[in-house]
Design a protein around this ligand. Structure first.
Ligand SMILES: C[S@@+](CC[C@H](N)C(=O)[O-])C[C@H]1O[C@@H](n2cnc3c(N)ncnc32)[C@H](O)[C@@H]1O
Length: 264
């Protein structure tokens, strides 16, 4: 399945903005459950490396690996974040190329066809007592008409590829083969200009190449949405009329002591 939001300079800058907004919260989420020192950590769907860097800073782990399918993103990641190792890998495929004590994944299951089955496959490669952290969008709440329409179009675009932009919905109800340590939601209101900075690049850089959008949204409406987003951006509108609801899951490869209770 194709990754809809592109892998060029503009897409990388957009992911950097996503990192600026979400990374401090992701780091606190990981610290809450991963309290012990960790030797090896894996960032599944690392993009240009902003989540890998966050993982490195959070865990202080000796070995951090970023996996992604995009060579363009992996090259950028290796150039900027020399502390980690970046490996090309299709995460929709069978097993992972290495095992790890901590695995982390943000905003990639929204681009894969069966998020819960994929997670169960990934979790097979957790080390004993290893943890898998997942963060995906469950909903984005807003009363702003431009944001609402943008999100409707983007959700349709991702669905036209056989995936679900709000994969968090599916993850919250998933049946997992590993112990579920956490299944919680997290709400993050952001400013209108931050939201416009995340949306505008897709409206001008991605939509014009996508048949789904070309066939369902008129050129006038596309121009009007891009214009309205650009206006919010340049006005530096720091009111908050939009809030992300994330689904956060932590799975553990629990190993019970096989001798526990034998001599009682
Ligand atoms: C929205 S980005 C998220 C990047 C990063 N986790 C973050 O939060 O900034 C999704 C990433 O998933 C990658 N991706 C999509 N499908 C993939 C697949 N089948 N195998 C590996 N990577 C994939 C894309 O190349 C992209 O880097």
């Amino acid at each position: 399945m194709r990754y809809t939001f592109g892998t060029n300079d503009i897409a990388a800058q957009r992911l950097e903005k996503i990192g600026e907004i979400f990374n401090p919260h992701s780091s606190r989420f990981i610290r809450k459950y991963a309290s012990k020192p960790v030797v090896s950590a894996l960032d599944l769907g690392c993009g240009p490396g902003f989540t890998t860097h966050m993982l490195f800073m959070t865990l202080n782990s000796r070995e951090v690996y970023g996996l992604d399918r995009s060579e363009e993103f992996l090259e950028r990641a290796a150039e900027r974040f020399g502390h980690s190792v970046f490996i090309k890998h299709d995460l929709a495929g069978t097993s992972l190329p290495l095992k790890a004590e901590v695995m982390y994944s943000r905003f990639i299951l929204a681009h894969l066809s069966d998020p819960v089955a994929t997670v169960n496959r990934w979790s097979e490669d957790l080390c004993e007592n290893g943890l898998l952290f997942l963060e995906e969008v469950e909903d984005i709440k807003t009363d702003n008409a431009v944001f609402k329409r943008y999100l409707e179009i983007n959700r349709g675009l991702v669905a036209s590829q056989g995936a679900n932009l709000y994969a968090g919905e599916l993850l919250s109800k998933g049946k997992y083969s590993r112990e579920t340590v956490a299944n919680e939601s997290f709400e993050l209101p952001i400013t209108n200009s931050q939201a416009a900075a995340l949306f505008y690049p897709n409206a001008v850089n991605v939509w014009e190449k996508e048949n789904y959008v070309l066939n369902t949204v008129s050129p006038e409406e596309r121009r009007a949405i891009a214009g309205a987003l650009s206006k919010i951006l340049s006005a530096r509108d720091n009111n908050s009329g939009i809030s992300w609801k994330l689904r956060r899951i932590v799975l553990k490869n629990s190993k019970e002591d096989p001798y526990f209770g034998m001599f009682i």
